[in-house]
Design a protein around this ligand. Structure first.
Ligand code: AMO
Length: 441
């Protein structure tokens, strides 16, 4: 049943939507009208000729001609009589057209079809999004974000909005976008890392942000964008990254439960997926052990890659699914050599960090860690990574005036959606994708 169908006081109905198909037969015309919720069949007994003086006949003739000329994708508003007819496939109803207004006419040729390339579909994103399946993706995103916010608000978090123009890098300097900023240079924020940490010495305790992040990453993989929505949280008074993981898994359960409750049936119907709400605790595997498990499955992570590579992530996820039946796994205790300077290292073993990556259905969706809050250690770690402490300026001051122990995580929203819906690219689940060769629309 189409959502935009409403009764009028005189007993007729009005319905608006996009023309999907027109079947123009000699004696009768059928139009299928769609909106994001579904479709309805319209019917018009065709009038092919009328006498000059016959005003009503002329009107019916004009209506018939308008319907004959309707292009696929035109937006129309119709009033008419609602009829129930079991034989009509679309919900057993039909609207007999009384009047039809073309609100937004479409050009006769539609530029994309169901089999168009992803790139072509991105060129015509507004048309590409005009299907119930695409529409559902963004309803799911809305529900997911809402559930996270609800969790945070119920648990006493403060929402922050941090600046996206920065004076320096907050993550790897290799992926920085430079922006002319009056007589100096600014950089687009790669993450809210420094500013969400600032909330800890500021006494906010627990904070979150859902906002844009920018990475000048020239890669064309299915999981990278140059601009993405980052879901971030940071909390004080933690003992280790374990506290952050506990928060993280509770959030995922809250988000996925809400999506399942509201959209589970539609997801099954349109994506063919039975969405699973994960159980807690999520499995946790230290990186070194994960590498051994992956090797035992016959995949050697390239030596140059100390981190998990994408195939390694797929393999460890497959192992967890096979042995524990879980879609999520925390890979923990990353080597300090491959983690940022601000990650806290193990007490007694500085080669390892109190950090994790969260993997969902075989792909990393998040990085989290306990932060190093001891200023002398932090300065040493920065120097070790080749970062001049001078460059960190204000950031280091946070740690000079009474900072609690703290930690948090950052998570790519599009990655979560892509993996939840078994999509093959974040382009499919990003409203308007930004990549190395995509700046418009
Ligand atoms: P990291 O750099 O691992 O960590 O990023 C966190 C998560 O953000 C998403 N992400 C991306 N998504 C799409 N396109 C990209 N180019 C891209 N880069 C990252 C991923 C990734 O897991 N400040 C830390 C987090 C923290 O410790 O709080 C950070 O940004 O899902």
């Amino acid at each position: 049943m189409i959502k935009n169908l409403a009764p009028l006081p005189d007993g007729t109905v009005t319905v608006s939507g996009w023309v999907d198909t027109v079947r123009d037969q000699k004696k009768v015309q059928f139009v299928v009208l769609r909106d994001e919720s579904g479709a309805v069949q319209l019917v018009n007994p065709a009038t092919r000729e009328a006498e000059d003086g016959d005003a009503a006949g002329q009107e019916r003739l004009a209506l018939t001609e308008t319907i004959s000329g309707l292009a696929h994708g035109s937006f129309v508003t119709v009033t008419g009589e609602l009829k129930h007819d079991e034989r009509v496939k679309l919900g057993g109803i039909e609207v007999k057209i009384g009047s039809l207004e073309v609100v937004g006419e479409a050009l006769p040729e539609t530029p994309i079809a169901a089999d168009s390339s992803l790139d072509k579909r991105m060129d015509w994103r507004f048309l590409d999004l005009r299907t119930p399946k695409q529409n559902l993706i963004f309803r799911i995103q809305t529900t997911f974000e809402h559930a996270l916010r609800e969790y945070w608000i119920d648990n006493d978090f403060i929402e922050i909005h941090t600046p996206k123009l920065m004076a320096s890098a907050s993550e790897s300097r290799a992926e920085l976008f430079e922006v002319e900023y009056f007589d100096t240079t600014a950089y687009l924020a790669q993450s809210p890392q420094f500013f969400k940490q600032m909330a800890q010495p500021a006494g906010f305790g627990k904070v979150f942000e859902i906002g844009p992040a920018f990475r000048a990453d020239p890669s064309f993989t299915s999981r990278h964008a140059t601009e993405f929505t980052s879901v971030d949280a940071e909390i004080s008074w933690i003992d280790s990254h374990e506290d952050v993981m506990r928060l993280h898994e509770e959030l995922m359960v809250a988000g996925i439960s809400a999506v399942k409750a509201k959209h589970g049936e539609a997801i099954a119907e349109l994506f063919g997926i039975e969405l699973e709400v994960p159980t807690t605790p999520f499995p946790r595997i230290p990186l070194a052990e994960a590498k051994q498990i992956v090797a035992a499955r016959g995949y050697e992570i390239p030596r140059a890659d100390e981190d998990m590579d994408p195939e390694g992530e797929r393999q460890i996820a497959a192992h967890v699914k096979e042995t524990l039946g879980h879609d999520f796994v925390f890979i923990t205790d990353y080597a300090s050599s491959i983690r940022p300077f601000y990650h806290r290292r193990h007490d007694g073993d500085a080669t390892l960090t109190n950090s994790y990556d969260l993997i969902y259905n075989g792909v990393e969706i998040s990085t989290g860690a306990q932060r190093e809050h001891r200023i002398d250690v932090l300065v040493e770690q920065a120097k070790e990574k080749g970062i001049d402490p001078e460059e960190l300026g204000f950031y280091l001051d946070f740690f000079r005036y009474g900072v609690p122990s703290h930690g948090g995580f950052g998570m790519g929203l599009a990655r979560v959606l892509m993996l939840m819906l078994h999509e093959t690219s974040i382009r499919e689940v990003t409203y308007l994708f930004r990549g190395p060769t995509r700046l418009a629309p």
